[in-house]
Design a protein around this ligand. Sequence first.
Ligand code: SF4
Length: 476
Amino acid sequence: MSRTFVGMPAFPKAAAVSTQDRRLRANLTHATHTIRDKRAKAVTELDDWAELRLAGKEIKDRTLAELDRYLLQAEAAVTAAGGTVHWAADAAEANRIVAELVKATGEREVVKVKSMATQEIELNEALAAEGITAYETDLAELIVQLGDDLPSHILVPAIHRNRAEIRDIFAQNMADWGRPAPDGLTDTPAELAEAARLHLREKFLRAKVAVSGANFLVAETGTLVVVESEGNGRMCLTLPETLISVVGIEKVVPTWRDLEVFLQLLPRSSTAERMNPYTSTWSGTTDGDGPSAFHLVLLDNGRTDTLADQVGRQALRCIRCSACLNVCPVYERAGGHAYGSPYPGPIGAILSPQLRGLQSEVDASLPYASSLCGACYEVCPVAIDIPEVLVHLREKVAEKGGAGHRLERVAMKSASWLLDHPAAYSMALRGTGLARGVQPRRVPIPGAAKAWTDSRDLPALPEQSFRAWWSKGENR
Ligand code: SF4
């Protein structure tokens, strides 16, 4: 059984700990700056990047507006191609369907292609509870699994680990999961990759069942698409006898023509590559070629609720490139685990609270895990206005109440009264001016304002108010 995000503290508490971890911050700063610089270069190579971005946004919006129609079209096409489609309303239903499909094969282990949807539903843990072992085959996911760790980045789940740590994880834990690490393993990339290759090769050759997600589902032909860099995904997609793909319903694109846009946007935004190294597509089954049984589990798990929100629904455009994580100053300092979800960073801050609801302390804290600097929006290849959704979700959190927000409401009401009474307002301004000399640099009363000033100085009060300055006529 691996670790899960269940029971994680709210973002401010988790971030207060992780921001003190100097090694984590060094690992993250190095990795995110490297990827973001490469991405910026890869994007500027294309003269029509802005048009591509707009096309990606519009295709997604058009598809989401008629999602029911495209999903039914995809279901019919997958079925006609020899696959079986299952509909899962939530994580529990999806996990039950997958566990039953695996058990029906008589197998007790599966190999997995990297998949955010299966992390979201905690499929590995659900399968383990049924006596089925899931082996991650993506290199970074393998590092997370062997280290009994949690993913901290969408694209590079082990981004918080450096090479020396990975070497130690391989040397200490590989033997518990299969072929041990070679004796005398060093932390050179080639040796680490070879150790992983040998370890995984046994699993690929033995596996009868594979579980994947998908980056896209082309409705017109019922074709699933996985893009990856290592080729491990393709081994899982072709060698086993049964393939089960768990795919969020927002992954559908109407046509191959539409897919063409995303196959240009995604590699440059994620790995800064001009073209993706391994792009695998499959439609149902083909005699004598690849898995003989194919099941597609279409997952809702909060997506239709998200779609119902006029502002928040743009989060469903996300193609999981992770560009927003790599430019986010909050993510860079707090790390991915602080978000209490497999979806960290700016996209996690708007997606997790919408998929899971705002009831928990963790989810209610996520819309505040941002400085609203807007860097995430600038780099997003499908133009998701993340700051807009963050503010929208903050409004929802505030409407729900809570101690901090009650104080905020009292403060706003007082301000509203003051602004409605000019004489009282002038008197308050004079009083503020007199307080200048004794103004503290930190708010001493426990609460959100104190937490805010624990890491920042309160700005000094000005020598005179705007009104006083204006009445002196110094501006004329
Ligand atoms: S929100 Fe945009 S930038 Fe962030 S992962 Fe999704 S597509 Fe990429």
